[in-house]
Design a protein around this ligand. Structure first.
Ligand SMILES: Cc1ncc(COP(=O)(O)O)c(C=O)c1O
Length: 405
């Protein structure tokens, strides 16, 4: 396809996606990727299309977004430090709040260093591309998050993917790397599409035996998994063996931002050499204030963690009993994925749930593994036991309406 000047249209590469989207909307289903939250009532309820809707598709795992201390900290910072920093962390963009949230992260993880980025996406982009460059090797799970893949691309290292959660495949790839080359293994604690946990203990042991540094993205486990909410690395007893933990404020912490924590003695140099840290404005004061308050509260959130596990077990058991096909045999995290036969029926089921008053994520390739269409349910520690029962009933009715059950 060309534009009126006869030049190639740079948008022609999107024609397949445009056709897929138009085909879906032509079937009469509501656009699953344009839903508007008209008003947010609590961490678990919002108004969508004028209807009160239970939220089961947010990353608000620990329900901190309306915590009164968190909200008060944000308001105080807004009043006393203004709406934004208008500058990079290495120039005018480091306020006392940025130092404080980094201190909160060091306390939370009991680690020596913490560096905050404007998003989790940028934390992966920045750390990976800066530490693994030309001539180095990155060995990573094929189902890694887009921000990990993009970090690899930006850094120009040799990228060697292995089959999802396959320990042997990872070891084979590591052993083939030329002697003397720098090696980085990248893993995630919880994989967000199916909600499955990685066998990190074994993988980290093998990575270390083969002389690799290890980076673990704990975006979907922070706050929830592990005795102190430090993630799968804590739960599997290997937090001291990993070199870098990447995380985000956009999930359990309940705001926006990303970070890396580490005990590496030279870690602080990243503040001067990591381009996605240097060449962007720092987070607004209100955001870092809410994050610091939330992180410190998450250190003492054992009861919330226990309730969230209860919710996860109840929903998993309830959906399985109804006959839905789920992403994992047992509940492994706060994410429960329901596998749909195809995109059309997945979108139909998504819409039927919305009409019931339930919002879940519709996930499809390329975000999903093995070309799957998923209805991704993310539980919150603020979902009551009654809400979880209501959700199961909604799935039953919607499943029948959409012809899935
Ligand atoms: C595994 C993983 N890493 C990083 C990110 C990026 O986080 P953020 O929303 O802070 O950019 C996500 C977001 O979904 C994620 O799932």
């Amino acid at each position: 396809m060309s534009n009126p000047t006869g030049q190639p249209d740079l948008f022609s590469k999107f024609d397949d996606v445009i056709a897929l989207r138009e085909g879906l909307l032509a079937s009469g289903v509501e656009d699953p990727f344009s839903l508007v939250m008209e008003r947010v009532i609590s961490p678990t309820v919002a108004m969508c299309n004028g209807r009160e809707t239970i939220l089961l598709g947010t990353y608000n795992y620990m329900g901190m977004t309306f915590d009164p201390d968190v909200v008060a900290a944000g308001k105080y910072a807004l009043d006393n430090f203004g709406s934004g920093t208008t500058g990079s962390r290495v120039l005018n963009g480091t306020y006392s709040g940025h130092k404080d949230v980094e201190a909160a992260l060091r306390e939370f993880y009991a680690m020596d260093h913490a560096m905050v980025f404007s998003t989790g996406y940028q934390a992966n982009l920045g750390v990976i591309s800066t530490i693994a460059g030309k001539g180095d090797y990155i060995v990573l799970d094929i189902d890694s998050h887009a921000s990990i893949w993009d970090g690899c691309k930006l850094g120009d290292a040799e990228v060697v993917p292995f089959k999802h959660n396959d320990i042997e495949a990872m070891e084979k790839r590591l052993k083939r790397i030329p002697e003397g080359a720098g090696k980085l293994v990248i893993l995630e604690g919880v994989y967000s599409m199916l909600g499955d946990v990685a066998p990190l203990k074994e993988m980290v042991r093998i990575a270390k035996e083969n002389g690799a540094m290890v980076l673990v993205d704990e975006a979907h486990s922070m706050g929830f998994i592990g005795e102190n909410g430090r993630g799968v690395v804590e739960d599997q007893g290997i937090i001291d063996d990993v070199d870098f933990i990447i995380g985000t404020f956009s999930k359990s912490v309940g705001t926006v931002g990303g970070f890396c924590v580490s005990n590496h003695p030279k870690f602080e140099i990243l503040r001067l050499v990591c381009r996605p840290y240097v060449f962007t404005a720092s987070l607004p004061p209100s955001v870092v204030a809410t994050a610091a308050t939330s992180i410190r509260k998450l250190m003492h959130a054992g009861n919330k963690r226990a309730h969230l596990w209860e919710n996860s077990r109840t929903l998993h058991g309830g959906l399985k009993a109804l006959g839905f096909q789920l992403g994992t045999d047992e509940p492994q995290s706060a994410i429960i994925s329901v596998i749909m036969p195809d995109l059309e029926r997945g979108a139909g089921m998504w819409e039927a749930l919305l009409k019931e008053g339930l919002y879940v994520n519709l996930a499809r390739p390329p975000a999903t593994p093995a070309n799957m269409t998923l209805l991704r349910c993310s539980l919150c520690a603020e979902h009551s036991a009654e809400q979880v029962q209501t959700i199961i009933s909604m799935f039953e009715r919607a499943g029948k309406t959409a012809g899935i059950l």
